[in-house]
Design a protein around this ligand. Sequence first.
Ligand SMILES: Cc1cc2nc3c(=O)[nH]c(=O)nc-3n(C[C@H](O)[C@H](O)[C@H](O)COP(=O)(O)O)c2cc1C
Length: 364
Amino acid sequence: MNGVSDKSITRRRFIKQSASIGIGLSGAARAVTYNNEEQEGGFMSEKSQSIMDCYGLKYPIFQAAPGGEALAVAVANSGAMGAVSLTWDTPEHAAKVITRMNQATRRNYYANFVLHFEPTMLDAALQAGCPIVQFSFGIPSEDIVDKIRLAGAQLGIQVSSPDNASKAMERAPDFLICQGLEAGGHVQATSPLEDSVQGVLDAAGETPVLIAGGISTGKDIRAAVDAGAAGAVLGTRFMATQESDAHDVYKQSLLDAGEDSTSYTLCFNRDWNAMHRVLRNSTLRKWEAEGCPDTGKKPGEGDEVADHPVFGPAMRYETIPPLQGHEGALEEMAMYAGEGVAAVNDLPTAGELIEELWSEYQGA
Ligand SMILES: Cc1cc2nc3c(=O)[nH]c(=O)nc-3n(C[C@H](O)[C@H](O)[C@H](O)COP(=O)(O)O)c2cc1C
């Protein structure tokens, strides 16, 4: 069961989905255990220690999928778990991303696949040596899991409720991510973390659970660990770093945002009809002012709001956020942010951010 597959969707139109290339399942994935002699001090639960030992991490901190390769490499090389998003890639491009990642870091990182879309690039990613595969918005089929195991890779699944976690556990994942309604970006959760975490932890048993949604500070990470999680996943916070591929306009908007700056909405659904959390901007306000009409009746939906030398034109209500290289009315595009955005007040390098988070964690 791969969720809803829709090969016609071209969220990132520079990358056209094409037929999956064959995979020689020869154990191409790298070994995933490293010596973590540099592990940092500070309170560590058994579960945090165990996931850090397993993946050679210095910190129980995971980056969420967005942000681009440079960010993922910087995060991984700083001792946290880096991440790349491959959902909208062709097999050829996915293989190139994984090859470049493996050349740029000897540390672990994971590749995210949103299962609302057919993972046609998974085989290529595994063949190129993707060490860890992580799924969201669906539970991977047994066939998919077999492929991952045969390739020697590890498996993570994002869940959002105890029921969902029980189903995910049938695939024997190496870790779960529990996402809450507080999260930025596309949100599979329908309840806040406080309603789901304990049930997910119970369903997971000995399997480590990372918590995602609204986490921006070391204090938040410590609270996640105190609640029984092995660590935390941060998306919005890592978008506001030097290495992230977000456009400067988007980064500045994250820095300017306060407590009431985000909305959980279906506004930007032109190419993926799923709930998401974004910064409130002029496109969202105008759509709301007109009563949140359906597609076909949305104000300005024929407008081309921005262009990009590689990704091409972006229409209003498209899911692509303003990335480096975009030109146009960038404020009118989807700028994803979680509820923790008010605590995002600087633009450090990924390494500086991780140090900062860790010192806050230790002080918490
Ligand atoms: C800009 C942005 C893009 C995202 N893209 C994806 C994605 O491609 N796949 C996915 O599973 N989650 C995606 N997410 C959600 C994250 O995986 C994660 O759940 C979320 O960032 C956690 O909440 P936080 O942003 O408050 O830290 C995205 C989040 C953001 C902010």
